[in-house]
Design a protein around this ligand. Structure first.
Ligand code: NDP
Ligand code: 8X3
Length: 252
């Protein structure tokens, strides 16, 4: 069987673009998200176009029981996952700390941090048994510099950076690679979700500059995944040429 890559949050944005990129290179895919109809359409498209096998694993990464049961339910031949891309995540709201919605905080912490922890733990035993594997965690420039009204979203992404370091240290004895990739602003469904369907607010995020595209991030994930066995990119920050960091954006 060809290499197997497991991508969370594959129904949109970076996750979907990664699925397309890795399928093009002949990887078999396990694709996760909650919107099953989107996963079905993606599976159909990739299997027809690239002659790879695609396994759908629809679950909510926040649901610990469902994460472990779903991974456990994989057919034996699918359990040897070579690469896990922990990508599922979101921002909800952009509000002052004292005005933010508490449920939004819970959802971001449960998805961006706890979801990543659960999926990693569920997938790891097979990697450890084989003595090889690679986990790529999608962080953000929001995990590098905290910005106004970013509070809990930024905190979850700082946590992704910290847990990636911790995983790299603790998994060293199993020879499992851990890479944290921190993209800057990219035009996906991210802002529509963050601003709860307010299309004008979402569009305004990308006005006046050229943001990253989902494909740009997928290309970087693919590059990190393709390095020789003895080489690991530990951490990587990528932004549009029009962005320096969370604060500095060159807008026309
Ligand atoms: P999108 O909104 O386009 O995609 C998010 C993906 O995450 C969807 O497939 C969604 O699927 C999935 N997802 C969300 N919640 C859950 C959940 N509870 N369980 C399973 N899947 C879930 O956003 P992006 O592609 O932009 O974001 C991907 C990652 O990149 C996120 O972690 C985000 O924080 C990060 N990021 C984004 C940046 C940007 O500017 N766009 C920049 C830096 C980092 P579904 O709803 O079907 O479950
Ligand atoms: C998403 C990028 O700048 O909106 O992680 O925080 S930003």
């Amino acid at each position: 069987m060809n290499k197997i890559i497991f991508i969370t949050g594959a129904s949109s944005g970076f996750g979907k673009a990664c699925a397309e990129k890795f399928a093009e290179a002949g990887y078999n895919l396990i694709i996760n998200a909650r919107r099953t109809e989107r996963l079905e359409a993606l599976k159909k498209q990739l299997e027809a176009r690239h002659k790879v096998k695609v396994q759908i694993l629809a679950f909510d990464v926040r649901d610990r029981k469902s994460v472990f049961e779903s991974v456990q339910s994989l057919p034996e031949s699918w359990k040897s996952i070579d690469l896990l891309v922990n990508n599922a995540g979101l921002a909800l709201g952009r509000d002052y700390f004292d005005e933010a919605v508490l449920d939004d905080w819970d959802t971001m912490i449960d998805t961006n941090l706890k979801g990543l922890l659960y999926v990693s733990r569920a997938v790891l035993p097979a990697m450890i048994a084989r003595g090889s594997g690679h986990i790529i965690n999608i962080g953000s420039t929001a995990g590098k510099e905290v910005y106004e009204k970013g509070n809990t979203y930024c905190a979850t992404k700082f946590a992704v950076a910290a847990i990636s370091q911790a995983m790299r240290i603790d998994l060293l004895r199993h020879q499992i690679k851990v890479t944290a990739i921190h993209p800057g602003a990219a035009e996906t469904e991210f802002s529509m979700i963050r601003f709860k369907g307010d299309a004008d607010k979402a569009a305004s995020v990308y006005e006046g500059f050229k943001p990253l595209l989902a494909e740009d991030v997928a290309n970087v994930v693919f590059y990190c995944a393709g390095l020789p066995e003895h080489v690991c990119i530990n951490e990587l920050v990528l932004t549009s040429t029009h962005q320096a960091n969370s604060f500095y954006l060159f807008k026309r």
